[in-house]
Design a protein around this ligand. Structure first.
Ligand code: FAD
Length: 274
């Protein structure tokens, strides 16, 4: 099924909750190749409204349509959303980035997703539409566990609303190698010089994304005296805040250690850019 308007896509979604939604297909096609039996596909790629991006909130945020790809972010939004662009640059290969959508990554429920980290640190929200209207979910809370997210069977993600960066951002990722590798652990950080605060999101170190509140508070408290001691304390607080599960790519001990090291590195880089 290939609806041409958002209204039609939502109508099909409500009538056929058994149909598998496909955007860029980089997740769904892997499952089809593994033999997943799908009664029908609901292809969003022809819905023009879902490709549109606009500035909202008097220029304070960018509303990215749900079929925005990593390449779209790099080509059109790197200046306004540098944290998201930095994360997008580390995703897979150019071919995958050309197809893969940010919304698709969130719905896949990957708790180590690069987009999830950057959207979390940016305080982005996920716009969800369904038969009962539109609702918004904080991006860092959208993935509710491995393979799970806050989306009903009759709902679609329609957009991501991402505040424009108002200070330096940094993204630090550890993977099995430097390209074509999902994060074992990653930390995104945004500094807000006017408010003198930091927003931080860690992925790959718990079944969900983590916003380490005590570490964020430390940066606000130590804003005028950020030195090596504070950097180390920040890393330690991030490592304390995570709750890693072991898997083939990393033990829980390794992930906790990596979270602390990456957090220190990311804050150091962002601070240098102030
Ligand atoms: C080779 C390879 C390397 C990768 N490397 C990385 C990496 O380094 N870092 C990383 O973070 N990720 C990585 N990924 C994962 C990639 O980010 C996701 O596969 C991709 O973003 C999913 O987007 P898509 O548009 O292709 O989704 P699709 O495959 O089209 O859909 C994925 C899921 O989302 C649902 N869906 C999609 N859009 C919507 C919507 N608007 N509303 C409701 N449901 C929707 C689909 O039903 C499906 O369940 C990699 C994937 C591959 C294949």
């Amino acid at each position: 099924m290939q609806p041409r308007s958002l209204d039609d896509a939502l109508a099909v979604r409500a009538q056929r909750p058994d149909a598998v939604v496909v955007a860029g297909g980089t997740g769904v096609l892997v499952e089809l190749n593994r033999g997943l039996d799908v009664p029908a596909l609901l292809d969003l790629s022809r819905v023009a409204e879902l490709r549109e991006s606009t500035t909202v909130d008097d220029g304070a945020a960018v509303r990215l349509g749900a079929t925005t790809t990593y390449t779209d972010v790099l080509e059109h939004h790197a200046a306004a959303l540098p944290g998201l662009a930095a994360a997008a640059r580390t995703v897979a290969s150019r071919q995958v980035r050309n197809r893969a959508t940010l919304a698709g990554a969130l719905v896949l429920g990957d708790p180590s997703g690069d987009a999830l980290a950057a959207l979390g640190a940016a305080d982005a929200t996920v716009e969800v539409a369904g038969p009962h209207g539109i609702r918004h979910v904080v991006a860092s809370a959208f993935v509710t566990g491995p393979g799970a997210c806050d989306l009903g069977p009759d709902e679609l993600v329609t957009a991501l609303i991402v505040p424009v960066a108002d200070g330096p951002t940094a993204y630090a990722k550890a993977g099995a190698r430097n390209a074509m590798a999902r994060a074992v652990c990653a930390v995104a950080i945004e500094l807000h010089p006017v408010a003198r605060t930091a927003t931080v999101c860690v992925v790959g170190a718990a079944p969900t994304a983590i916003r380490p509140g005590t570490a964020e508070a430390l940066v606000a408290d130590a804003w005028d005296e950020l030195d090596d001691r504070v950097l180390r304390r920040f890393g330690a607080l991030v490592a304390e805040a995570v709750d890693p599960l072991p898997d083939a790519r990393g033990s829980s001990g390794y992930r906790r250690h990596a979270a602390g090291v990456l957090a220190t590195r990311a804050l150091d880089r962002a601070w240098d850019a102030l």
